[in-house]
Structure formats: C-alpha cells, structure tokens
Design a binder for this molecule. Structure first.
Ligand SMILES: C[S@@+](CC[C@H](N)C(=O)[O-])C[C@H]1O[C@@H](n2cnc3c(N)ncnc32)[C@H](O)[C@@H]1O
Length: 257
C-alpha cells in the first residue's frame, strides 16, 4: 500500500494536493468528510490539542487541523497506515499540524491531562477491553476535556453472531468486538464521563453508503488502496448488516467531569 501510494504521489510532483483529494482512503468511516465535520459542531472553540485514536491514514486529524487550527496527534496500531498518514500530510502545503505515532489505544503513551479532546471515528470495533480503553482516554484528557466518538455498534437486540464478515474492521468474527451503546454509555458514566450529546446516525449512514456505492470513489485514491482487494465485499457487508437491522451508527460527545 505504501509503495503504491508513494508512486501515485510521485507521478504528479507539481499537483497542489488538497485534503479532500484523499477522502477515498483517509476517511475510512461511514459518512466521509461531512460526518467528521458534524462531530466538530460539538467541539468547544478553545479545544486546540487533540488525539485521534485509530487514526488510520489521518484524514480526521488533517481536517481538524485545517478547520479548527488544532494541533493533532494521530495514533494507530498499523505502522503502514501511520507511514502513509505522514506521507499524505507532507504532500499537502501548508502541511497540516499533525504528528502521527504508531501505538495502541489501550496503552496510550502520553502523560495524564495531555489533550483538550480525543476523537475516535470507527476505531473501537476491534477493542474488546472497552473499560480499559475508556479509563485510558479519561486519563489523557484534561479536566472538562471532551471525547468525541463516531462508532459502529450493535443494535440493541443484535449480537456478534448476526454480523456478516468480512467488514472493513474485521476479516472474521474473532477479530471483531462490537458492543451496544448501552454498555459503552454505562462504562463511560461509571468512569466519570457525562454524555453531553448523542445522535443515532444509522439512517444517514445508510443513505450515504448507498449513494457512495453507486458513485464509486474517484481514482486513484479508492478504498481498495487502503483496505485491499476485498474492499467492495466489505462495503456490501456493512450495507447488508445495517439493512438487516444489526448495526447501529452513533455519534456522541462525552465530557470528563
Ligand atoms: C476503520 S479504520 C478507521 C480509521 C480512521 N479513524 C478513519 O475514520 O479514517 C479503524 C482503525 O483503527 C485502528 N485500530 C484498531 N484497533 C486499534 C488499537 N487497539 N489501537 C490503535 N489503533 C487501532 C486500525 O488499525 C484502523 O486503522
């Protein structure tokens, strides 16, 4: 993936790349750029230092830097993604204020009270230990800091056995750790978060995925580059799982008390 990406960028050395040019590969969540911008409505103006967990190729971090002048740290388990995120960042001028680090959201390598906010778009579905995750996020947030999440969860009556794989986050069931919003909410409250905002984005996500599958991302930066040859099957399965009433897409803003 990284060498393909380098070649694509080198082919057009004089191109003035814009953040939006890469949305087919660096907005690996339902709703694309508009979904990220909608989350920012819940971010206080003074919140400038942010952590983007499971940042993938860094599109969310770049948007936050551009739209809000934030200093972002993007963290992802996948070292190839982190190198690609750096490459994409360097290809944009002026370079967005983002650092990218390889790391695990369950073992955040930052002191307590480091960030005004943490953002997570579709990055927690592989994480079984949600309580450990939330405690770590609480630790690195400054007092009154915000946790913005945009995640895929199970519908209240659904279970992991209902879900058809592969999906963009898991090749098979064993890699997936979807949870219900109710559980996530209860854990967050017990740790000391307050839920300021909650939105069920399932219908909007369904509309977006149907439209996107018809339009197809403009080449060369298509999801296949980031997700591999199975990208179309993964997308069809996400659509099918939502249509069957098994997956819920939620956005929420939680405040550290
Ligand atoms: C579906 S992608 C979303 C990427 C990005 N947030 C976006 O919206 O474009 C999920 C990302 O979470 C990362 N991830 C999964 N588990 C992680 C963990 N424990 N720590 C850090 N990153 C993780 C994956 O490597 C992947 O890049």
């Amino acid at each position: 993936m990284l060498s393909k990406l380098s070649l694509l960028l080198e082919k057009r050395p004089h191109k003035q790349w814009q953040i939006e040019d890469f949305s087919g590969i660096d907005q690996l969540h339902l709703g694309g750029i508009p979904a990220t911008l909608a989350l920012l409505d819940w971010l206080p103006n003074g919140a400038k230092s942010g952590l983007d967990i499971g940042c993938g190729l860094g599109g969310t971090s770049r948007l936050l830097s551009n739209e809000r002048g934030c200093n972002m740290v993007g963290l992802d388990l996948n070292h190839q993604y982190i190198r690609a995120a750096m490459l994409l960042n360097q290809s944009i001028q002026p370079e967005p204020q983002c650092q990218f680090v390889t790391g695990n959201s369950l073992h955040l390598p930052f002191p307590e009270h480091s960030f005004n906010f943490v953002i997570s778009q579709h990055s927690t579905m592989n994480i079984k230990q949600k309580e450990v995750l939330l405690k770590g996020l609480y630790r690195v947030l400054k007092p009154r800091g915000h946790l913005l999440i945009h995640e895929i969860m199970l519908q209240p009556h659904a279970g992991e056995n209902d879900i058809l794989y592969p999906t963009p986050w898991a090749h098979e069931k064993g890699e997936s750790h979807l949870c219900h919003w109710q559980l996530f909410n209860d854990l967050a409250l017990a740790i000391g978060f307050k839920v300021d905002h909650f939105k069920d984005d399932t219908d909007a996500a369904l509309t977006w995925i149907r439209q996107t599958r018809q339009q197809k991302a403009p080449p060369p930066f298509t999801p296949t580059l980031a997700l591999g040859a199975n990208a179309a099957v993964m997308s069809a399965n996400v659509l099918g799982n939502i249509e069957a009433g098994y997956l819920q897409v939620i956005s929420a803003s939680l405040c550290k008390l």
